[in-house]
Design a protein around this ligand. Structure first.
Ligand SMILES: Cc1cc2nc3c(=O)[nH]c(=O)nc-3n(C[C@H](O)[C@H](O)[C@H](O)COP(=O)(O)OP(=O)(O)OC[C@H]3O[C@@H](n4cnc5c(N)ncnc54)[C@H](O)[C@@H]3O)c2cc1C
Ligand SMILES: NC(=O)c1ccc[n+]([C@@H]2O[C@H](COP(=O)([O-])OP(=O)(O)OC[C@H]3O[C@@H](n4cnc5c(N)ncnc54)[C@H](O)[C@@H]3O)[C@@H](O)[C@H]2O)c1
Length: 485
């Protein structure tokens, strides 16, 4: 029976998915596509998950206008102002559909997946209980795709101050005049960017010494410079000892939660702001699901490359398995997991290449400048026992200068000398997001550098940076390990 957004009537399905975010949706679709198998998704908030309503979609809708304005401001003959708050927030709302998931429910209907509204937990082998009352049984598989929630540290006074999390920052309705963003990861850097674009005076409070922990150090430095140039105060080595907000009010998501907030720093000193955004990482939504024996020490489900746990019938995709907290990787896992379940249900072998979700991880951080990367950084390559050739070049090519007057940035290739293939690539610079897929293809396909030499970038495009990178790889082979241009 097709999903209606209300309770479906079937109590036995071939596949039951807990959590209707992007990973769970795709897994349900692929496990049943082109077959008579049935699937249900159990979802206790909105079908579409965090990504659609409180994460990727609204954040990128809030970030793009600022980048377009900067593009216009750095192009002779073009005048650009803004971004203007109200139209930007309305455009954001058009992407989150005002938190109405009926379009996703139609999608579920169209692929024959039932939606069961409620909170699911596992109660024995292949059995799911919804809201503590309704029992469902899965003939083949149960897939956990419950994602993560924002982690709020137990700093004295912080939780009582009702700080914003990523949900408030992406759902912003009232722009705080002064805001402290706590955490120097992706959420911290991106939300500092859009809140500054919307006119807030932003202080980014970072306990470590750099932004975006796992990226190449030069990318982290360029993002720090970019934030500072646009007026964001970036404070490294700063821990918050206590938070005081005497006048707290639960005004709703995206609204300012009361009066001013005083932050006390561990090393002395402090800061008064109108709102705090806590961007200190994620907590897996796996507690109380009845899967404790399959969790690692951080609370993520332990899975193999086929997304299966040690219990053959139980799988986990997306953020819930902690492999890569990214929508595209969750959807990739959903495709592989769905294919594995389908093959097993049909008695087909699952030892082919298509049945392992072990591809390299691409990511774009939509700050200004952006950071687009895939595979190993230089440090990761060394830590994994490779002897990498590292090649760095400036992003200044003819195509870049034509693209935008202020185009700047750097690119790095990490090459495995032994096999003559790319292990990773990082582009940090003006609007570099679309550059990374070529690198993803090269890394995934293990294309030899000598073959890449024949992949000629069109003139005059930003992709011509590839020519400079590959030229340097050839030169570097004669000169030694690390080359800069
Ligand atoms: C601010 C922000 C910006 C981001 N931007 C990007 C980006 O640009 N690109 C990118 O690739 N990634 C981005 N991410 C990460 C991305 O949002 C996640 O990787 C992605 O949402 C994970 O998808 P998922 O399906 O695993 O989980 P989720 O999207 O978290 O969905 C899980 C679903 O399970 C439901 N659920 C949980 N427990 C239960 C239960 N017991 N019963 C029923 N339902 C349950 C939840 O309600 C939710 O709908 C961003 C994250 C944040 C916070
Ligand atoms: N564009 C994108 O691809 C995108 C955008 C946003 C989020 N995401 C994904 O979402 C995930 C979560 O992002 P995130 O930024 O919340 O987490 P993160 O783990 O990337 O960064 C968390 C930051 O908070 C700091 N921190 C942790 N505990 C702290 C504490 N008690 N006090 C002070 N600082 C503390 C950490 O040192 C780190 O700098 C990431 O893994 C990312 O992949 C992706």
């Amino acid at each position: 029976m097709a999903g209606t957004g209300t309770d479906a009537v079937t109590d036995e399905y071939d596949v039951i998915v807990l959590g209707g975010g992007p990973a769970g949706e795709v897994a349900a679709e692929f496990a049943t596509a082109g077959s008579p198998r049935t699937a249900a998704i159990v979802e206790h908030e909105l079908l579409g998950g965090e990504c659609s309503y409180w994460a990727c979609m609204p954040s990128k809708a809030l970030l793009r206008p600022g980048e377009v304005v900067r593009s216009g401001q750095h192009m002779a003959g073009v005048s650009a102002t803004g971004p203007d708050v109200e139209p930007v927030l309305s455009r954001r709302d058009s992407f989150t559909h005002d938190y109405d998931d009926s379009a996703q429910v139609e999608w579920a209907d169209s692929v024959g997946v039932d939606l069961i509204r409620g909170s699911g937990r596992i109660d024995g082998e292949r059995v799911v209980v919804v809201d503590g009352t309704r029992r469902l049984r899965a003939r083949h598989a149960v897939i956990v795709a419950t994602g993560t929630t924002a982690t709020v540290p137990d700093t004295p006074g912080l939780r009582a101050a009702l700080p914003w999390t990523s949900r408030d920052a992406t759902a912003v309705r009232e722009v705080p005049r002064r805001v402290a963003v706590v955490g120097g990861g992706v959420v911290g850097c991106e939300s500092a960017t859009w809140l500054a674009d919307l006119g807030a005076a932003v202080t980014l409070v970072v306990r470590g010494s750099g932004l975006l922990g796992r990226v190449e150090p030069f990318a982290s430095e360029l993002v720090t410079e970019g934030l500072r140039e646009r007026g964001v105060t970036v404070r490294f080595g700063t821990e918050i000892r206590a938070v005081h907000r005497p006048d707290v009010e639960d005004t709703g998501v995206g609204r300012i939660h009361g009066g001013p907030v005083a932050l006390e720093f561990s090393g002395g000193g402090g800061l008064e702001v109108d709102e705090i955004v806590v961007a200190t990482g994620r907590t897996p939504a796996t507690a109380g699901l009845g899967v404790d024996e399959y969790l690692d020490e951080r609370g993520y489900l332990k899975v193999d490359d086929q997304l299966a746990t040690a219990a053959g019938w139980l799988y986990a995709v997306g953020d819930a398995n902690g492999r890569a907290l990214l929508t595209h990787m969750g959807k990739y896992q959903g495709r592989v997991c769905g294919d594995v379940i389908a093959a097993r249900a049909e008695g087909r072998p699952t030892d082919g290449r298509g049945f392992r979700a072990d591809g390299p991880v691409p990511q774009v951080v939509f700050t200004s400048p952006q950071v687009a990367s895939v595979g190993h950084t230089a440090a990761q390559a060394r830590a994994n026992g490779f002897d990498p050739q590292i090649v760095d070049v400036d992003l200044a090519v003819a195509g870049a200068a034509l693209f935008r007057d202020d185009f700047t940035g750097r690119a790095r290739l990490v090459v495995d000398r032994a096999r003559d293939v790319l292990l990773g690539a990082t582009f940090a610079g003006t609007e570099v997001s679309e550059l990374v897929h070529a690198a993803t293809v090269a890394v995934t396909g293990r294309v030899p550098v000598d073959e890449l030499w024949h992949a000629v970038p069109a003139y005059p495009t930003v992709s011509e940076v590839w020519l400079n990178l590959l030229t340097e790889v050839r030169r570097g082979r004669d000169r030694g390990h690390h080359t800069h241009v």
